[in-house]
Write a protein that binds this ligand. Structure first.
Ligand SMILES: [Zn+2]
Ligand SMILES: [Zn+2]
Length: 340
């Protein structure tokens, strides 16, 4: 069976591996589709050891169930929660498994266990979620990133329903956040994206207007929203956005940072203090968020064919990783297919 591995020179190469049957408490899936995530692009250059198989946004079909596994059978279509919380720390005890202190035991595609950039992947039953027929393989590959948006929006509580919202960053996470906002009934939403063509395209998919940072600096958010936003979602993954978000959000407002910049983010103490602002970070999601993402996709609330801009075979993984970091790329979500 094939798997896309990180080679010694950090390129992505298709390698051959033996297919090991599932051990005690393990389940083997045939991967249907696996999304390329921004975090994979960040992980590839140094953070992941040579030989790592990435891929944590996958859909597939169970092919084999190991001893001791109950409730799952070959032929079931599934998606996975890639994390592997320990179930034993204070956070897990409290029910915050997404905040587990040891979340990487055998986290799929996140360095500690091989991921979905492969023909087959081995997972644990607690990581599995069944998907209905109404969720296509492509839609299934969007469950994980959509759950990130669903969870981030949930952290803002009722605010997005009552007050204007700004979302910074028109990458996949920005789009998923917009779609989650829309599904929740938020009506006054503006997208901010530095690439106007991309902003327009992603804004169109989510049914919101997009403006540029220059327009924001000129008062564009308050102008379009009838006042400053009560909540800002920072989905840009760039350190320059946080100071702008803090500047733009109303006094007493909330900034939710979804996605992670490489650099430290400047936070002006005077702005934070005088406006009594709250900053929340978000990375993962709860089981309920995954279930909600599946339900939204099953209900057709996500235009999957517009979000997924390319589906390619393993031999094109390297080229797609390069395309996705090209400024001005038209790609939004790219899926890898073992079948192509
Ligand atoms: Zn991801
Ligand atoms: Zn834990």
């Amino acid at each position: 069976v094939r798997a896309i591995e990180i080679a010694a020179d950090r390129s992505l190469v298709v390698g051959e591996r033996a297919l090991t049957p599932p051990g005690e408490g393990e389940v083997v899936l045939a991967v249907a589709l696996c999304g390329i995530c921004g975090s994979d692009i960040h992980m590839r250059p140094e953070r992941a050891p040579v030989g790592t198989v990435m891929g944590h946004e996958l859909s597939g079909t169970i092919t084999e169930v190991g001893p001791g596994v109950e409730g799952w059978a070959a032929g079931q279509r599934v998606v996975v929660n890639p994390f592997d919380p320990c179930g034993d720390c204070a956070e897990c005890d409290r029910g915050d498994r997404h905040l587990c202190r040891n979340p990487d035991g055998r986290a799929i595609g996140l360095r500690t266990a091989p991921g979905g950039y492969a023909d087959f992947v081995t997972v644990q039953p607690h990581q599995l979620f069944a998907i209905p027929d109404a969720v296509s393989d492509a839609a299934g590959a969007l469950v994980e990133p959509l759950a990130v948006g669903v969870h981030g929006v949930l952290l803002a509580g009722e605010l997005p329903l009552r007050e204007p919202v700004a979302v910074f960053g028109a990458g996949p996470i920005g789009l998923m956040t917009l779609l989650a906002l829309q599904a929740n009934g938020a009506r006054q939403v503006v997208l901010v994206e530095r690439n106007p063509a991309r902003g327009a395209r992603v804004g169109d998919i989510a049914g919101v207007e997009a403006i540029t940072p220059e327009e924001v600096a000129a008062g564009g958010l308050a102008e379009r929203l009838g006042g400053p936003p009560g909540v800002v979602f920072d989905c840009a993954g760039h350190a320059s956005v946080m100071p702008v978000a803090l500047e733009q959000v109303r006094p007493g407002g909330l900034v939710v940072m979804i996605g992670i910049a490489d650099d430290a983010m400047p936070v002006a103490p005077m702005v934070l203090a005088t406006k009594e602002l709250t900053i929340r970070g978000a990375l993962a999601y709860r089981t309920e968020d995954i279930e909600r993402a599946i339900a939204l996709l099953a209900d057709g609330r996500v235009p999957v064919e517009r979000v997924v801009t390319s589906t390619v075979g393993f031999d094109r993984a390297e080229a797609m990783f390069q395309e996705l970091v090209r400024p001005g790329t038209d790609e939004i979500k790219v899926l890898l297919s073992p079948a192509l």
